[in-house]
Ligand binder design. Sequence first.
Ligand code: GRF
Length: 219
Amino acid sequence: MVNEPRLPIVVLISGSGTNLQAIINGMQNGCLPVDIRAVISNRPGVDGLQRATEASIETAVVDHTQYNSRDSFDAEMQKTIDRYHPKLVILAGFMRILSEGFVNHYLGRMLNIHPALLPAFPGLRTHERAIESAVQEHGASVHFVTTEVDGGPIIIQARVPVLKTDSAETLAARVLAKEHKILPEAIRLYANGQITMQDNKVLLNGTALPKSGIDFQDG
Ligand code: GRF
């Protein structure tokens, strides 16, 4: 529909912003009924800020090196986000651990993309660790952000095979391509009112999803 309501969102980044670009593309091609009110980075000068500017999206930087505590950074970040009154906050390649107060302020309306099949490999260096562990499968997860780091209820996951010839770089590239599909899909479902978080579970059309969320299959 031409004038369907668009969900106001804010996207937080820390770097290249390829996940942000996937959201921008979805918004511009009409698949994602969202209005990206702002892109906020904790690091100045990153490519993701340029991507936003090229799409005529407002940007802001809250540089974490300018704050002498996590709480003061989080307070400034929250103030900056709330200036845009988003209904949903997206962590897209955002590399900061957030304080409990911040997370609880956005509980149920903040999503994160993690490059692993959670609960496997929370934290960093997920692709190296997947190869070191000789798992056959790896992938990406989109989850609601809760005070448990990389532990919130999972909305959607996409799987990729780990090849014997894989390096961390080749595996990361295969996973990233899936990230660019499942993050917009999770946002679309939320914007359409089809997913909500309740009692630390994800409800899809009112029915609780399995712990692993939706198993995304490329169309
Ligand atoms: C992605 O793998 C994301 O999952 C991780 O950082 C990588 C780069 O993300 N957190 P982006 O290109 O900045 O969206």
